[in-house]
Write a protein that binds this ligand. Structure first.
Ligand SMILES: [Zn+2]
Length: 127
């Protein structure tokens, strides 16, 4: 279950960011993350891992909001550039397999939603 390892990294970063905001830290309402489709995250598994890892921490009770970034690429044969509707990754225009993936592997903490409507934008690489 690789969601657990992903959640572990995200929780660590979220906690560090939270600590920077004050002592005691403000109460987070939601943790927003952005994840490329190629990470093949199962949201239910990620939620469960997040819940388990944040129990008894300042992040307990915050909800996890996942923004999915579609896998994108460029075709070396016809020059097509865009997002793939779904794997396998062939060029949707000329059906060539000579495509280079340009997005879809991202995984980062996008923002922390804090009580008092204060949102702190934060970008940190996880993997
Ligand atoms: Zn093509």
């Amino acid at each position: 279950m690789h969601e657990f390892a992903i959640a572990e990294g995200l929780v660590k970063i979220a906690q560090e960011e939270l600590r920077k905001l004050g002592d005691p830290p403000p109460k987070p309402l939601a943790v927003h993350i952005a994840a490329g489709a190629l990470n093949q995250i199962v949201k239910e598994s990620l939620d469960l891992a997040f819940e388990t890892l944040t129990a008894d921490t300042p992040l307990a009770g915050a909800c996890l909001v996942l923004r999915l970034i579609p896998a994108g690429g460029v075709c070396a044969k016809c020059g097509w550039e865009g997002s793939f509707p779904k794997p396998p990754f062939f060029c949707p225009k000329c059906e060539s397999a000579r495509v280079t993936l340009t997005s879809g592997r991202e995984l980062y903490l996008e923002s922390l939603e804090i009580e008092d409507v204060l949102t702190v934008d934060q970008t940190g690489s996880v993997l």
